[in-house]
Structure formats: C-alpha cells, structure tokens
Design a protein around this ligand. Structure first.
Ligand code: ADP
Length: 344
C-alpha cells in the first residue's frame, strides 16, 4: 500500500493564540511494501506526521492517500492501520493471547479463527511459547513483540511504529530492531518507523526521511543520503562520530582551509564555502598536509585522532597501524569525499 502525503500541514494553536507549525507543507510518497524511517531531532514533527497518517490527528491542511484512496477525512479505525508505541500499551490484567486477540473482538471474527490468527502472529514475532503469561511476566523486548503482534492481527494495510525501541536497553534494542526488519520483510507490509536515533533509522530502513522544523530535508536510501547529503543539516544529523565542519574557500579550483590546500579540481568560481568531511574520509598520505595530533583514542583496528584545521577541531578515524608518530600525521582527503555547502 503506497502512502502519499500532499502538502500535509499541522498547526497547533494553543492558548493566547501561540502557533506551532509542527508539520509544514510535507509532500512525499512512501513506496508500497517498504520500511521507511522517519528521522529527525526531538520536536521536528515526526510523531505529528505519524498521528495524521494514522487518523488520530486531523491535518490543518493537505491530504493523505493510501493507494488511490483519499483517507484524509476517514476515521482512524477505518484506515486499516496497526500502531505500536514506545510504551507498548498492553492490558496488564490480560494474558498475551487475550492482548493480541483483543482487536479482533469487534470484528465479528469467529473464535476459532481468532485463536488461529493470534497463534500465527505470536509465531511470527517469536512469542508463541508465552501466550498464557501476563505482560508483567515478560521482558521489555517481549512486551514490544506482543504489541507488534496485536498491531498486525487485524491484517492492517500499514504499520506505524512510534519510537518502538526507546524503552529497551541497548542489547534488546539491537535484537528487536532486527526482529522488526524481519517481520516487515516477511509480511511485506508498508511500515513507517519513527525515531530520533540516526543509527537505528539507517540500519533498519529501506529509505529514510530526514525532517527538521516540520520540513522534509531529504528522502532516500540511507547510504545515499549519508554520502550525498542535500544540506548542512542532513550532513550533520547523520554519522557517528559526526561529520567535521569547517570554513574554507575555493580559489582557482582548489579548496583551501586557511593556508592549507585540501583538494584540487573543483569546477567552481572563487568563493567562501562551508566544508564537511566525514572522519573516515581522511587518509594517511606522506604528501598530504601535516596535522598536529592533540588527542588520540585507539579503539581496536581504528584510532580516532583530533587535530586543528583552520581554527576548527577535526576528528579523523584512521587505521591504527598507519600511525607512526604520536604527535603528527600527514593526511589527505579525496575531492569526491568533500561536501561543500554555502556558508551559514
Ligand atoms: P517529534 O515527534 O519529532 O519529537 P512532535 O511531532 O511531537 O515532534 O512535535 C512537533 C512540534 O509540535 C513540537 O514543537 C511540539 O511541541 C509541538 N506539538 C506537538 N503536539 C502538540 C499539541 N498537542 N499542542 C501544541 N503543540 C504540540
């Protein structure tokens, strides 16, 4: 089921007429059968977008289509969506089986069929052994699987997940995100996954949508967005350790940071630029510029070093074996690995 947002906007008006534009003129197409990560800093409008798609929130303007159906005015329960929140929202007094089966109660599904569908879903998410337990007897990861099974038992057209891993510890988060990916692949259900965690979104998504201040900044396959960020915000938001940002200038096709020539061959007029270089894109090269190492941290195969460049502190990730001296190193960066933006 393809989802299309057309000029979707949500303005919250609070007391004293204070307005917040939570989602601002968002237009995008979410391809059928894909897992899309909706990503951005806290407060950028991710949940508001998800709630509008689910029908729990009415847009101020704009439209939402599921395939060719305009669902903008359709009630949430008629949209055919499955929702999963970070706090699982399970009924504590019911067993796992009763929790998963609950959405079928109002659907006139026969009891035998409901039990069978519940078992199938429990099996899909890997908790078929736990059907008689109560939520309080489950780990956080298991509870989230129950919530996913409950969201899927109605055979929804779309699965919406709002920060589903936030309440899990690091190990369970990793495991559960792999599970979500597998479940999504097996069911082929169009899924939107909201998170503020770039690594989580990059690892799980077929495509990511990066948002800031209610506006889509870029959409695409994670690796493509990472290597070709459309703007400074996207370049800074993706990557851990983060991209290095410094001021520089283009002069006669060469890129300078202060007096240091970083790369050559730019087909551009002379001008000031903001430069972005990812830590892994510095390479050790005897002919490169000399970097004075101010800090060093060996993390196995790679070593993180810091050095100043045109008044900015840079971070480079280099092969530990290529470090000969502890106070300086010669580095280069390939022209293709340099990101140039207009100065802020
Ligand atoms: P995110 O999910 O990316 O953290 P939200 O969609 O929750 O962001 O919020 C986007 C913006 O809208 C924020 O500035 C938030 O404070 C505001 N907002 C969200 N819900 C309401 C509401 N019910 N009333 C007023 N402002 C709201």
């Amino acid at each position: 089921m393809e989802i299309r947002l057309e000029n979707l906007t949500k303005v919250f008006v609070e007391k004293k007429q204070k307005e917040t534009i939570a989602v601002n003129d968002m237009t995008l197409t979410i391809p059928s059968g894909k897992l899309i990560g909706l990503l951005g800093p806290s407060g950028c409008g991710k949940s508001t977008t998800l709630f509008m798609i689910s029908g729990l929130l009415k847009p101020t303007s704009g439209k939402i289509f599921f395939g060719n159906d305009d669902v903008t005015k359709l009630a949430a329960e008629k949209r055919g969506i499955g929702l999963v929140f970070q706090n699982y929202a399970l009924y504590p007094h019911m067993t796992v089986q009763q929790n998963i089966m609950f959405p079928l109660e109002n659907l006139n599904v026969k009891r035998d069929e409901a039990i069978e569908r519940t078992y199938d879903m429990a099996k899909l998410v890997g908790i078929e052994e736990l059907l008689d337990r109560k939520p309080g007897q489950l780990s956080g990861g298991q509870q989230q699987r129950v919530a996913i099974a409950r969201a899927l038992v109605k055979k929804p057209r779309v699965l919406l997940l709002d920060e589903p891993l936030s309440n899990l510890d690091a190990r369970l988060r990793l495991q559960t995100r792999e599970e979500i990916k597998r479940i999504q692949r097996e069911t082929g259900i169009t899924t939107i996954f909201v998170t503020h965690d770039q690594e989580e979104a990059m690892s799980i998504s077929d495509e990511i949508v990066v948002m800031n201040y209610g506006v889509t900044q870029q959409m695409g396959e994670p690796q493509k967005v990472y290597t070709n960020p459309d703007n400074l915000f996207v370049s800074k938001f993706l990557g851990n350790p983060p991209i290095n940002i410094l001021e520089g200038r283009i002069s006669k096709g060469k890129l300078f940071a202060g007096e240091i020539e970083l790369a050559d061959g730019f087909d551009m007029e002379n001008r000031n630029v903001t430069i972005g270089i990812r830590p892994e894109d510095f390479k050790v090269d005897a002919n490169g510029f000399e970097a004075k190492i101010t800090y060093m941290e060996c993390i196995g195969r790679d070593t993180t070093i810091r050095f100043p460049l045109n008044e900015s502190s840079m971070r480079a990730l280099i092969d530990s074996e290529s470090l000969v001296e502890s106070d300086k190193i010669n580095l280069t960066v390939r022209k293709e690995k340099v990101h140039l933006f207009d100065p802020e």
